[in-house]
Design a protein around this ligand. Sequence first.
Ligand SMILES: C[S@@+](CC[C@H](N)C(=O)[O-])C[C@H]1O[C@@H](n2cnc3c(N)ncnc32)[C@H](O)[C@@H]1O
Length: 289
Amino acid sequence: MRKWYKYFLDPDGNGKKLLGIDESYEEHSMAMGGYDVSEAYNSKSDFFNKYFFGYHLGRFQCYDEFIRTHVNKEDNILSIASGRSANELYLIEKGYNNITCSDLDISNNMYLATVNLFPQFKFYRLNILESPAPETYDSILNLSMIYLFDKNKLRTFFQNVSQSLKSGGKLVLDSAGSPDNYMSYLIHDCLLKWESVYLLRAKRFITTQKLEGIVVKHHGFRFTDDDIISVANEFGFKLHNKKAYCFLIEFKRSYLLNTLIETIKTAKNIFNIVGKQVPYVRMFYFEKI
Ligand SMILES: C[S@@+](CC[C@H](N)C(=O)[O-])C[C@H]1O[C@@H](n2cnc3c(N)ncnc32)[C@H](O)[C@@H]1O
């Protein structure tokens, strides 16, 4: 396990500022760009075009493919950390009629706009680090959340998820970030840091004559597949399948690599192959035994 940091410039600061990991629903919401209610809530097609198709370089469509391969339409399903619930609402449209969404909280605006568009939307508040769900389910989905947890919290997560599943129940989990390995270290802890702290800062200094501050944000944690699988095993989960997706996302965070990928087709093809080392989405299908 390795800590995952992000680096930003702060036009109003001058030194180095350290920010801790997001804890509250408001902080998570901000990290997701604010769970705003836009005009896309006017129709289902607008909603899915804005918040599902192509969103974050196709991340949600990868989730959807894996979920629909492993979860039955008839299952009683709980989604933990649903956020805007774009995947879950898409599943409802595809005939998964028994899905309940949950998260630390939901804004009144987003809840009302979602129910208005999708009357089948069911939601309750659940902090999976504090307790299991109030009932047991056939299947649980958890997408893009465990990067927020260190190993102890990951243990609590698997323990509470296990208690929220029926025997033989399924957990479909996304690793929520690339694995802890040399390549992700080089991208996050060397290249992206270097680009923000030196390159972008120098570029801004040339235009504004001001040396901006640096913000180092503790974004989360990176785990290997084995880290995740061994903690899951501790709590009685058996791995049935896993699949990696989204091989370009980590490279596209870099200004330099993104320029290469967007301008030279061969570079894009090469990064798509090399990127198998740093898939942003790693899906796991576990069964509670
Ligand atoms: C990166 S967002 C992912 C949202 C959505 N699943 C997606 O893929 O876009 C992480 C979500 O995890 C939720 N979260 C963080 N800690 C949690 C916890 N302990 N229990 C339940 N949800 C949590 C946050 O409120 C946030 O909505």
